[in-house]
Ligand binder design. Structure first.
Ligand SMILES: NC(=O)c1ccc[n+]([C@@H]2O[C@H](COP(=O)([O-])OP(=O)(O)OC[C@H]3O[C@@H](n4cnc5c(N)ncnc54)[C@H](O)[C@@H]3O)[C@@H](O)[C@H]2O)c1
Length: 256
């Protein structure tokens, strides 16, 4: 499956910053924007996967996306990475707040430190990355911020309260920032993935039985993969979505 059939000419040479762009859905995002000719910078903590992705894209296209290791729980490091990309590649036009972690926890074992750490990973970086990138977007007359939500917010999944709290909050963050930044022609939207069969999901949580029950909930009886998600991010970054802001848009196969 490939994302290179549709062309968005205005994404060419545009600077795109992706968190968690080294594996899972993030890798499909990195690849899709790179194939559009965008100047892609991504941060991650998985050096092996990220470097392998950057090398494989270089082999495929002759160009290499810009990878920098950055743990997004460290706000100063994230701000520094965004500033560096602005200096080296040019002002950021599109920010994709993709990185997250859905590790499970027992409700009666969560302590304050664990709760704060989950927010520091799954919520706080979205705001501070948007704040840092928006200053660059203003200089070029606008931009697009894509925050990743989750279908889980509409479900009743046990052992996931911190993650689901952060993902629900992402939708509120989107709506408020869309209002703050709209006057600068910066659009902010939430992309809501359904149940996407990444390597990690298949390794950790989803066996054949779980996948069958996921497909029973989907209107479309198909396996959703990261390459189904990336085209929506391209669209939300492109000029074609210039009037769309403050929205939650799902790629979930018609969940019901
Ligand atoms: N896969 C799904 O079914 C699904 C469903 C709903 C929402 N989502 C959302 O989609 C997004 C991508 O999910 P995914 O399934 O591809 O996740 P994933 O775990 O497969 O990939 C996440 C990426 O983020 C990186 N990362 C993790 N912690 C980091 C940190 N502290 N600093 C920097 N990078 C870090 C990881 O190394 C990895 O490359 C997330 O926001 C997730 O909540 C996914």
């Amino acid at each position: 499956m490939s994302n290179d059939a549709t062309r968005y000419p205005n994404l060419e040479q545009q600077v795109v910053f992706i968190t968690g762009g080294g594996s899972g859905i993030g890798a499909a995002l990195t690849r899709a924007f790179h194939l559009q000719g965008a100047k892609v910078a991504f941060v991650d903590i998985d050096d092996a996967a990220s470097q392998a992705l950057a090398e494989s894209l270089k082999a495929e296209t002759g160009r290499m996306p810009h990878y920098r290791r950055c743990d997004i729980r460290d706000v100063e490091a994230l701000q520094a990475a965004i500033a560096e990309v602005g200096r080296e590649l040019g002002p950021i036009h599109t920010l994709v707040n993709n990185a997250a972690n859905d590790d499970r926890h027992r409700w009666d074992e969560v302590d304050v430190a664990y709760w704060d750490e989950r927010m520091a990973l799954n919520l706080r970086p979205m705001f501070f990355a948007a704040q840092a990138a928006a200053h660059q977007m203003i200089k070029i007359g606008g931009g697009s911020i894509i925050n990743f939500g989750s279908i889980s917010v509409q479900m009743a999944i046990s052992d996931l309260s911190a993650y689901m709290t952060a993902k629900a909050a992402a939708c509120g963050l989107t709506r408020s920032l869309a209002r703050d930044l709209g006057k600068h022609n910066i659009r902010v939207n939430t992309l809501v993935p359904g149940s996407i069969m990444t390597e990690r999901q298949l390794e950790k949580w989803i066996g054949p039985e779980e996948e069958a029950s996921i497909q029973a909930r989907q209107s479309l009886k198909m396996r959703l993969v990261p390459e189904h998600v990336a085209p929506l991010a391209l669209f939300l970054a492109s000029q074609e979505s210039q009037a769309i802001s403050g929205q939650e848009i799902a790629v979930d196969g018609g969940w019901g």
